[in-house]
Write a protein that binds this ligand. Sequence first.
Ligand SMILES: Cc1ncc(COP(=O)(O)O)c(C=O)c1O
Length: 429
Amino acid sequence: MTTTQAPFVAPALDYRARALKSVAFGVSSTPRGRQLPAPVVVDRAEGAHVWDISGSRFVDYALGYGPLILGHTPAPVLARVRAELDRGLRTATVHKGEAELGELIADTLPSAELSAFVSSGSEAIQLALRIARASTGRTKVVKFRGNYHGWFDNIQVAGTPGNDGADAIGQDPGAAASVVPMDWGDLAALEAELTTDFAAVILEPVAVNGGCFMPPEGFLQGVRDLTRKLGIVLIFDEVITGYRLDLGGAQRLAGVTPDLTVIGKAMGAGFPISAVAGTQAAMEPVSSGRLLHRGTFNGNPVSVGAACACIAHLRDNATTIYPGMDTQAADLAAHIRATADAADLPLSVARTGSALQIFMGLRELTGLSDLPRIDRDATMAFTGDLLVNGVQAISRGLMYLSAAHTDDDIAVTKDAFTRAIAGAAARLD
Ligand SMILES: Cc1ncc(COP(=O)(O)O)c(C=O)c1O
């Protein structure tokens, strides 16, 4: 990589050396510390851009790992947040924003009648699993390989190819004893496995985490039919896809309605909030008060206000925002494909709506089963090349678009890809 000459690298490495002395791994979430050639130290941000401490500007496709669907400075969200702050913090109180948000979710997400709020996607997954076990009186859960449902011991398993166990060191190996990993998309295998012992089947309806894969034809409907027949709670993890792929999430696009949906990321426009939503019947353990739904920061007025403003804005502008992001993403994907092919570079690009995944090592992936054959190190190095050329992606090759990206940003990004692809191809020669 020719990257170390970039002007932002030396100040970023200086800061990293300082942070490593007082902050574990120098960052607040481990993947952020792995960015090449150095983790960008963001000083300020506006729209689709971030500026680092050296004054370098990047077109941002990391977008806070997904939440910033309206960009870094969404006027309606920031106005609402300022208004909420002016009325006092009111943390852990009952306030009118809660019902407003519940109503907005019920109006936009097909499966939602009732919502319960927490602060992160990982927490909401825990709540959904607990609701499923409480309502069925059963414990076993099907989880699909390659899907990610947060970092807690009882569900962070089978995330990486070839490993059906815990994904991180330090996990309690017994915590996920009731989780059965299966292949995402394999309906026949699921049918053979499922019995009335299972409390839940949890899945990403579109496998954005694995590499932006759409579900095989009929898979989601098949899972819906099987789970309904056996009285198993179907949980869609729409932490990424909710409010990103469509106002009604992946479930509206697929026309398949789960019992429980977990949403997060984009719903809060960058503020920490997540929710479990479902029908009156599915949410009964919480709505009856039988199941303790707890958390000091649940439903805090600032995050709730941000989510209300974000969802209302997305609802009012859905006919322009979603097609606009999708068109830009498709345009970018086409440029990446054509440029990589012209350079004979083994680079894949997959797109689901406004999310793009690039991987080095293979020209095309047919599904999650191809993941062992991608080159993760080369992918990280390639996102480093993009960074040096003024474009920030998530280091593992995932990119999100926002309503704030302009056609000029896309043009700048295409140029950056052209240069990064030429550099990567030259290294292979
Ligand atoms: C599909 C999915 N579910 C759950 C989570 C966990 O959310 P959080 O990071 O907010 O805890 C993530 C995070 O990336 C995710 O992608």
